[in-house]
Design a protein around this ligand. Structure first.
Ligand code: ATP
Ligand code: MN
Length: 479
């Protein structure tokens, strides 16, 4: 009994005329002779050649698309076109049948992404999703490698928290109350004192505040974990459950923060380009085909591969919010009243149409916007001397909009408390956060990268629901 060899390794094998065992799922079976077998190690299939004249017809009938097989045979140099090696089968064992009458993924005509979203339990078996999830895996690994190489500590911040202090979005409650019989106080309010944690709790929207506590001793930390937002935004860029990477670094200012984010994005994209060249090549073709169905003026000028390389080879454009507003005010779409939200003055939040104009039309590269009006940013961002803006930074990517949101943090206790009071954020509840400003406070900065938005960019997919294995969004928690 030889051990199973993965198909990726077989296809790269320098040796032929060796006995091998290969296991996988049938992608195609033609002429009763050629099986295309795939095990998910690569999108490329190994061709298994069946000696059908000497094979039991009952067995042949069970070799159907989707069936799981174990094949023992000889690896030989292939005579046919399209592959360098193939396996001549000695023995085929059906590990799991797959009834062609009822199997949902008959891949003859390519199923739509919408259809596959309803079959998310099986969509891993398609080339597109195989490629996406191998790329996702590489990006996650590269994130850890990037930070580990730089001596960051991976800090596991809590999933259950007692405050939505950041106000980043709507939260999901966490409770073990009997929902048919919720304890009430004398005045008719929900009595959270009787709840599991003795107070109201929710799923975290961000690990930042706890991350800052770690950075105030370990200097360089990062989190990489799930975050949750109950925002009812049915967009192609929002999920209710998504993964966030949040580095926090003591002694960093905003420029250090921008450098770190730009280095990290380039590092992980480069890693995936090297590690998953085949998959990105496949996804590039997929996107090019998809774009052919769009009108000419909506098609991207660059292929996916070109976009990724372009991102690596160019500095991100850095400018202030105020400079961006000036550009937008004078922009042709604004003057021709083409924006749904016209840009009139300083102080309003940028809509994604504005972000995309800056990135895709004006600069044609990733953009980092800094120094936003304090009114549209969180309480913990460091206040500038102008009294109007804060040391915020958002990184905007083509086709995505905001991919990173971050800032230098307000390290001065008096300024921080003053801002919290202005914004109605209870300082008592965040006593532990404020303690870091009381005891050995120092300048520090960090950011949050939405992992799925990064995967969207690198895979060239159009909908965030297609880059997480089992997406959670309004009215959907299947699988
Ligand atoms: P947006 O304006 O796009 O909703 P945000 O300002 O709410 O983003 P932050 O609170 O700054 O985002 O979160 C940090 C990062 O997390 C964002 O830059 C983005 O990459 C990602 N992100 C935020 N909300 C979601 C979501 N619902 N689904 C997936 N990723 C998200
Ligand atoms: Mn949001």
């Amino acid at each position: 009994m030889s051990q199973r060899t993965k198909i990726k390794a077989l296809l790269q094998s320098q040796q032929t005329e060796i006995d091998v065992t290969v296991k996988g799922w049938v992608r195609a079976f033609r002429s009763n002779r050629f099986i295309a077998l795939n095990d998910g190690s690569t999108n490329n299939n190994i061709q298994v050649v069946v000696d059908f004249e000497n094979t039991d017809p009952a067995l042949l009938k069970r070799i159907t698309v989707g069936a799981a097989l174990s094949v023992q045979g000889k690896l030989i140099a292939s005579l046919g076109k399209g592959q360098t090696v193939e396996v001549v089968a000695n023995a085929i064992e059906i590990l799991g049948d797959c009834d062609p009458e009822t199997y949902p993924l008959q891949l003859k005509n390519r199923p739509s992404l919408e259809f596959l979203r309803e079959k998310a339990h099986l969509r891993f078996r398609t080339n597109t999703f195989g490629a996406i999830f191998r790329v996702r895996n590489s990006l996650a690994f590269a994130v850890h490698q990037f930070f580990q190489e730089r001596g960051f500590v991976y800090l596991h911040t809590p999933i259950i928290t007692a405050s939505d202090a950041e106000g980043a979005g709507e939260t999901f409650h966490v409770t073990n109350f009997d929902l048919d019989n919720i304890p009430k106080t004398d005045t008719g309010e929900i009595d959270f004192k009787q709840d599991f944690f003795g107070r109201a709790t929710n799923l975290t929207v961000s690990g930042q505040l706890e991350g800052e506590l770690g950075a105030m001793a370990l200097s360089d930390i990062y989190t990489f974990g799930p975050t949750f937002r109950a925002e009812n935004s049915n967009t192609t860029r929002h999920l209710a459950e998504f993964w966030m990477i949040e580095p926090e670094v003591a002694f960093n200012d905003l420029v250090d923060n921008m450098d770190l984010a730009e280095d990290m994005l380039k590092y992980v994209i480069k890693y995936a380009l090297n590690k998953n060249a085949d998959d990105i090549e496949f996804l590039t073709q997929r996107l090019t085909e998809e774009e052919k169905t769009k009108p000419q003026n909506e098609r991207s000028e660059m292929t996916l591969l070109e976009k990724l390389q372009f991102c690596l080879n160019n500095d991100f454009e850095r400018l202030t919010y105020t400079e961006a507003i000036d550009i937008l005010k004078e922009s042709p779409p604004n003057k021709k009243k083409k924006f749904v939200y016209p840009v009139e003055g300083w102080g309003t939040d940028l809509q994604s149409e504005h972000e995309r104009y800056l990135v895709e039309k004006h600069f044609k590269k990733p953009v980092i916007l800094t120094d936003y009006p304090k009114e549209i940013k969180a309480f913990y961002m460091r206040q500038n001397d102008d009294g109007k803006t804060v040391r915020a930074m958002d990184i905007l990517f083509p086709g995505i909009g905001e991919i990173v949101g971050g800032s230098q943090r307000e390290e001065r206790l008096d300024k921080l408390e003053q801002r919290m009071n202005e914004m109605g954020i209870p300082t008592e509840e965040l006593w532990w956060y404020l303690d870091t400003r009381r005891f050995g406070s120092c300048p520090h900065a960090g950011f949050g990268l939405g992992f799925e938005r990064l995967v969207l960019f690198v895979t060239g997919m159009g909908n965030i629901r297609d880059v997480i294995p089992f997406p959670r969004f309004p009215k959907n928690a299947e699988f």
